[in-house]
Design a protein around this ligand. Structure first.
Ligand code: GTR
Length: 444
């Protein structure tokens, strides 16, 4: 048993290999977990190109059931006790640890974007929504991301929801004025691109979003990187932008590439200039929930992030040991993370960073994590616990963090929130009602 209480609280402790453990009651020995097997190779890569490493190989990391401390340095020697220390070194250290052990490093090259409006439909929905397709060209990489931008009539500088999509922009509507993707399409889209037109329109209620005064911008994730294990990294931005100075084991995985893509789409939207630069929300479902959370942890322009049913590698704690395991996610999707992360299979207690720390990197901006009661694979309890454990990062800024109701359940009232609705893995009108309500309570 690693958890106590109602299965929703974890002891928080320091992690550093040489550091003291702040929660010794709950911590087992520092010896690596005996659940390790010979099949798990030692994934030490010395510094391998990490700006802040070197860090120990996975097999040398101690097993701790206490959550890694938000504020204590990895080596356990210093604590970020105020915002200036948190921002001066601890945020960088956490980002570096996540890159080194989990998501991989994005190349550091600057990629300036240029924007061309290639479709304009001022009355896409009469008297309500304008449609523009922005072709966002990524430097000289030979890649163009087509952003479908729906803006409400009569709202100057609207806030915007930015969302990666799975099948292409044509999935969001039956209307042929939204052009279909020419990039790779995965399963569950349709046997032809045209068959996938409107296939997920029910997930993207463009009219209700506009009615609430918001713009909606979506793009096909494959235009950044196809989720295509067969061709691995031979296509998309992985092929176009390689940081060969890094050890290949810690180069970026697919989730990191998609997150980088969210930021390039924001570059494009700001260049275009229609939406309010101070009210950019990123929203993603499932693997795209993982993506937008990582994007927000790196990109301060994302003022509000909604990670919907993001599960393992998203909001859910590794240490919750429920739902999708680290072993399974890496076996099923070997390209989503870096090549060190699979070494944590059956070694969840050795992870030196856990997902509450990724959430904390978004503070003091707004974060909403949402789940479905029947979606056990995404581990709602592990997500709720992560959100609660991240709350002290908001408190450091003097903000309330998670606001609980009288029964102790998280509400939508604070800048950090978790919400559970009945049902399974999907993106529904009820979810959108929650997203819009959360934004409204932030004063958007
Ligand atoms: C599942 C995967 C989850 C989640 C989901 C999705 O198969 O195990 O981590 O990301 O896919 O993106 O739909």
């Amino acid at each position: 048993m690693y958890r106590f209480g109602f299965g929703l609280m974890w002891v928080v402790g320091t992690f550093g290999c040489g550091g003291s453990d702040g929660a010794s009651d709950a911590a087992p020995s520092d010896a690596p977990s005996d659940s390790s097997s010979d099949a798990h190779e030692d994934a030490g890569v010395a510094d391998g190109g990490s700006p802040l490493g070197p860090y120990p190989p996975v097999t040398d990391l101690p097993a701790r059931d206490a959550l890694p401390d938000l504020f204590m340095s990895f080596d356990g020697t210093r604590r970020a006790s105020d915002v200036s220390e948190w921002e001066a070194w601890r945020q960088d250290e956490l980002r570096d640890l996540f890159a080194f052990y989990q998501y991989g490093y994005a190349p550091s090259d600057e990629v300036p974007v240029t924007v061309e409006v290639v479709v304009s439909e001022p009355d896409f929905i009469p008297d309500q929504v304008r449609y523009d397709e922005l072709a966002v060209r990524l430097g000289d990489l030979g890649l163009v991301v087509h952003v479908a931008l729906f803006t409400p009539h009569g709202v100057d500088s609207p806030p915007v929801f930015v969302a990666p999509n799975r099948c292409g922009n044509q999935e969001v509507t039956e209307d042929p004025r939204v052009r279909a993707t020419t990039a790779w399409q995965g399963d569950n889209c349709g046997s032809t691109v045209e068959e996938s037109r409107g296939v997920r329109a029910y997930q993207w209620p463009i009219s209700s979003i506009a009615e609430a005064g918001f713009a909606f911008a979506t793009f096909h994730e494959s235009e950044i990187d196809p989720d295509d294990e067969e061709h691995d990294f031979a296509n998309g931005v992985h092929a176009a932008l390689v940081d060969s100075a890094r050890d290949p084991r810690i180069r970026w995985g697919r989730v990191a590439a998609w997150a980088w893509g969210v930021s390039r789409v924001i570059d494009g939207l700001l260049e275009h200039g229609t939406v309010d630069a101070t009210r950019i929300a990123a929203v993603g479902h499932s693997r795209r929930g993982k993506t937008v959370l990582l994007a927000a942890a790196h990109d301060p322009r994302i003022a509000l992030v909604i990670a919907h049913q993001s599960g393992t590698g998203g909001v859910a704690l590794h240490r919750s040991l429920e739902g999708e395991t680290l072993e399974l996610i890496n076996a099923l999707f070997p390209s989503w993370f870096n090549d060190v992360f699979p070494t944590f299979a059956r070694r969840e207690l050795q992870t030196p960073v856990d997902q509450h720390q990724l959430i904390a990197l978004v503070a003091p901006r707004a974060v909403l994590a949402t789940d479905g009661s029947d979606d056990r694979w995404a581990d709602p309890d592990g997500a709720r616990a992560a959100v609660l454990a991240a709350s002290p990062a908001w408190e450091l800024y003097g903000a309330p963090g998670v606001v609980l109701d009288d029964a102790g359940a998280p509400t939508l009232d604070g800048p950090l929130a978790w919400h559970l609705r009945p049902g399974d893995h999907d993106l529904t009108d009820d979810d959108w009602a929650t997203f819009l309500e959360f934004a409204r309570r932030r004063g958007w």
